[in-house]
Design a protein. Sequence first.
Length: 764
Amino acid sequence: MLKSRYLFFFFVLIVTFSFAQSVKECTFSHSPGFYKSDFYLKISCDKGDLFYFDENNIKKNKKLFPDSLLINETTNFSLLLELEDSIIKLGAYSYFINFETDFKVVSISVDDDYLFNHRQGIYVKGPRAYFDTTSNHYRNVNWDRKWEKQNFIEIFDEEGKRIIAQNSGIRIFGGMTKYYPEKSLRIIARSKYGNNRFNADIFNKGKKEYKQFILRHSGNDYRKTRFKDALITSLATQSNLDVQAFSPTHLFVNSEYWGVYNIREKINKYYVDNNYDCGLDGTDILQGYRTVDEGTQDDYNKLLKFVEKFDLSIEENYLEVQKMMDTRNFANFWIYQIYSANHDARGNIRFWKSDSLDGKFRWIVYDTDLGFGPNRCKHNILKDFTNKRMTDWYNPRWATFLLRNLLENQDFENDFILQSSYILSSTLSKENVKNKINEFKILYEDEMKIHFEERKKFQKNQGNLKKWNKSIEGLFSFAAKRDDYSFIHLGDKFNLSDTYTLNISVENQENGKVLLNENELMTSVFSGRFFAEVDVPITIVPNVGYSFSGYEKSIIENENGENIFIHIVFTENQKSDKKVVINEIDYKNDCIEIFNQGNKNINLENWKIVDKNKNIYTINNGNIKPKSFAVFHLNSIEKIDSILYYPIDFGISSISESITLYDEKGNLVDRVSYDITEIKSSYSRNIPFDSVEQTTVIWENNLDVTIGSHNGLYTSLIYEQEQAILKQKKKRNILFISLGGVGLLTPILFFLIRYRRRKKSTLK
């Protein structure tokens, strides 16, 4: 068995190498993509005969590729190269003529029989289907089978660049929506098709590896806005809830336009790893009651049994539950479901945990297409989802079990009320929701014109742009009233009085953050509705080097229910009196050097170094001696005995950086900023201390690195000054010698003159 596996992988390797070599040997006059006018495509190959065919099926319309092929309409074809006795498939290639879009474009090449053939097609009822009068839909249908068919998929990004082109598997995706004429599709990467991952920036979040993704037609919303679930889940991300990323796209199948779809992440262990970088092992993903998608239900069963057995109103028991699940995440999940009036939440509860993280269960906002119904904006679904009895199909006792029991605990109840108040006043306020709806409308409007005008497949009874706009008006209508009714429902459920308005304004917000019930305010002006019976926790956190004024308490109390106004100001701390400077920054080896200019030891405990990305390193201990250095380094470094060394956990930019040093009080000690156009080695100053007089402090980008010792600029300056002093001394010595010589010659000259005068007088 093991031997055959190795042989298989060796075969795949050989085929892959042969494919790559063959593509290199073929030259295309035009790359796959988008063109504004017709053109003739030429493909020349160094070896073999080139053929093209349809539907990624070698038996479908196979022809020898001509000298040139006229491309005068959107076209998709597959290629193969015959080399002696071997046949190498080169994949599929899509060309779009006069198709302009700001969306991604997905092109699928697949045998049409795999989709629509009566016996093997995954898109049709099939020969064994029968109508079940009890459930009122067909049973034993092809689309309900776990059939997977091979296809070739291409994805072009918003700029028209082909970011994916590979063989993959295709399945029908969805629950009851599979019974609609138009269906969603699941695309899977497997080794047997070639690549076992899609390695691309599918969701504009950076290049990642995806095992699967969904081409979703918008579920129950497929004949309306085509974006409702993406809209609602994009709101949920603002409260850090897990959702499926989305990327709107146009779909083509075998050159035929199928319309606007949304590429969505598939919920599986690969989803968790991609979003949390926690690996694939030890991940449990469940849905509904206890259906296991990944891993096991063992830990979830333990959670349910604990909640069933123990009274959660007792703090000790509630704390134990918090070890097993993220209760804040759970509260936020239900707040969004309740606001959306999503009665289908029962069937779409998704939750997960990873042993590589903290092992706590978290919930995913998933499939919200039945939410935001304009005729449901008054519906008290909070009452339904907290009712001990099943009052309708969507609130069986198992679906509401955890929420009902957690609300027995006063801390959770308070947090649920506070979170509801905060979210309804911010993310789910009528203003924010309307803005988000309008954002989606603008994003999709021009593309939906193409959708309604160009597609033929499934277009019967699918609506038009007028009906599309009417559906969006329904969303606006829901948003205009839902938050007000939600506050009424909260008050009724928890016997609360009318709300008051909490107004907070923040001056210089970039220098700190304000958190209400642990939610960071994202704007400098906040106005929210809260209930007087529940105090609002507030935390004000200035950035390093800053302080705040305006409010000193850790909670906001409101006994009389009147509106509250709070003004918070962040101000920069004063300059430190410590005589320490940043002396050199080695941006290649990620080192920072500081120097003690003073004549005293300085305790560095709780001093901080902050870079431009707000990375912070806090010094735990150490005294820097007078006229001595301390070095902060990311990587290993050669050390000098007399120098203090501290390992930091962030790198230093070699292009643009700002490094700031603060003392234990948060006062500014020193700051260095630079923008470098030429990368050398280090950024250093010429004067490490004040003893060099009449010299202006300058910073230079240098090739030399002198971490742990005086900079070359400084030593050069000292050398120049020493040479100047020596030169001055030399001049003085010459002058002294000269003056000394004159002093010695003067009496001699005087003596000689007198001697000559005496001699003359004797001769007379």
